[in-house]
Write a protein that binds this ligand. Structure first.
Ligand SMILES: *Cc1c(COP(=O)(O)O)cnc(C)c1O
Length: 235
């Protein structure tokens, strides 16, 4: 077995264990493999283990890998910060965007979604950890933003996403993820998605209702570099 296959088996066992411990149905928990900075060959290896959903943070890098992997039926999720001049390419190349945090971006994605493609699935990113993180809307802005996005014709609002401040304290992990679930439920909209949990805290996320856990290093190993230095200057 390749390392990636072994890693995927371990991640699946962790998800299974967490689902069992919290009485959740495994079918409700999607494994999103976060493949940023990983070569197309690593994605191909993960796909051969049955993974279909891949998350990318950098547009240019993602589009290049999508072209290399166009023989595979993969579903691509964008999970990185969004600049408004990148929305057209996002609307063209992805099935999901998890990191929408303002109306202007949502309006552009809806307007630029190519005719003939299904609506773009959207998660609203919420800043649930306060001042540490710059991405995500404030919880107070969420109801108005969600209502407005629901009216956009070419988007389908699916739920909320968060990247809580990393902590080894499992009680704090649970509290942060529970907060996102409560926020989602408080919107009283038909939202089926909670995008939360990464390699180090997936158990807490599954217990608190995650529908997508976003797993990078536990599948692909440590990333060699943190971000392409050209990010933000590409056409
Ligand atoms: C990189 C990244 C992940 C994966 O993180 P790991 O700790 O490597 O599992 C998940 N979500 C987002 C938004 C990321 O940028």
């Amino acid at each position: 077995m390749s390392t990636i296959a072994e890693n995927i088996a371990k991640v699946r066992a962790r998800i299974r264990g967490a689902a069992q411990a919290s009485g959740r149905d495994l079918a409700e928990i999607g494994l999103l493999a976060v493949s940023k900075t990983q070569p197309a060959s690593a994605i191909r290896a993960a796909a051969s283990c049955g993974l279909r959903d891949f998350g990318e943070n950098y547009l240019q890098e993602a589009v290049e890998k999508q072209a290399e992997l166009s023989d595979l039926a993969l579903t691509w999720h964008f999970i990185g910060p969004i600049q408004s001049n990148k929305t057209r390419a996002l609307a063209e190349h992805f099935a999901w965007v998890h990191s929408v945090d303002r109306l202007k971006i949502a309006e552009r994605l809806s307007a630029q979604r190519p005719p003939g493609l299904p609506p773009l699935n959207i998660c609203l990113q919420v800043n649930i950890s306060g001042e540490d993180s710059k991405s995500g809307c404030n919880p107070e802005e969420l109801p108005a933003l969600a209502q407005a996005i629901c009216k956009l014709p070419n988007l389908r609002l699916r739920g909320l996403m968060a990247i809580p401040a990393a902590t080894p304290d499992t009680a704090l992990q649970h509290a942060a993820f529970a907060r996102l679930r409560v926020l989602r439920d408080s919107l009283q909209l038909p939202l089926d998605s909670l995008s939360m949990g990464m390699s180090d805290d997936l158990e807490a996320a599954v217990a608190e209702g995650a529908s997508w856990i976003r797993i990078g290093s536990a599948i692909f190993g440590a990333r060699n570099y943190s971000a392409p230095s050209t990010q933000g200057t590409l056409p």
